[in-house]
Design a protein around this ligand. Sequence first.
Ligand code: AKG
Length: 294
Amino acid sequence: MNESHANTSRSITEDTVEMSTDEKYLFDLLGFVVVRDVLSKEHLSIANAAIDAQALTRSPEYFHDSNALKGENSSTRLSANKNLMELSSPSCDPFREMLAHPKTIPHLNTILGEGWRLDHGPGLIAMDKGCSGGLLHGNFDNAPYFYREGKIFTGLCVIEYLLADEGPGDGGVCVVPGSHKANLTCPDKMLKWEQYQEYVTEIHAKAGDAIIFTEACTHGTLPWTADHQRRAVLYKYNTGHMSWGGGGLHGPLPAYWDELTAPQQAALLLPTHHSRRPKPSNGYKGLAEIKDSV
Ligand SMILES: O=C(O)CCC(=O)C(=O)O
């Protein structure tokens, strides 16, 4: 792959660099793919040092009333309290590279098509030994999955860069392979990991690897049991075709920018997003519905 030609979040070259045929097969079959050795040793070490230097904040619990996903102690997930791409250099460097990494751009080109963009992130998930997992979920209205005329079509997709190994029995990210094509609702007991555990697969990968999955694939977090701290940084992407024309702003902010009202600026700047996403103005309504339904 010619890495200088790989950056095609817009169509800027004639050659769209795509992921390999084998990876495409695996992603279509399973709903996820692991890309090995994405981060350089240097960036891995800078990224971990940047996290070490942070006072991490506790995240809400995501296991709800699942007995199986409850960890051995009361430690909760930790996350960064700053946008990792906004740290001072060199701490920000690995996190900025991950945003459009030459080694995973081909995957986004294939899975989402050129014009893909960040939907949200980067989000850190750090878990200490004994930390609880999170309910399985997937197949929601922002992440359909289908294959037509030689192309993958899906919505929200995750690139999860591992800053620490996730090995057999450690817990961490898990999936129900193939569930991105499921037609029926996943049983509640399976979402809670209380039944059918044999169909839920832990993904094993090393620090520096990238795990890529579509949110259509049922996935979640198993309680963390390893002695070392789990560290994963998640970037979530979506398709560009939610907008036909590419938006009203091209290039730098226009000279009249400061003369615009906040709603006018938002009309130019806001990314396409789900209007009913759980948020303060609707009392996090969707979250309550999700919680009540499992
Ligand atoms: O990495 C994990 O623990 C799972 C993350 C997750 O559930 C998500 O991104 O929706």
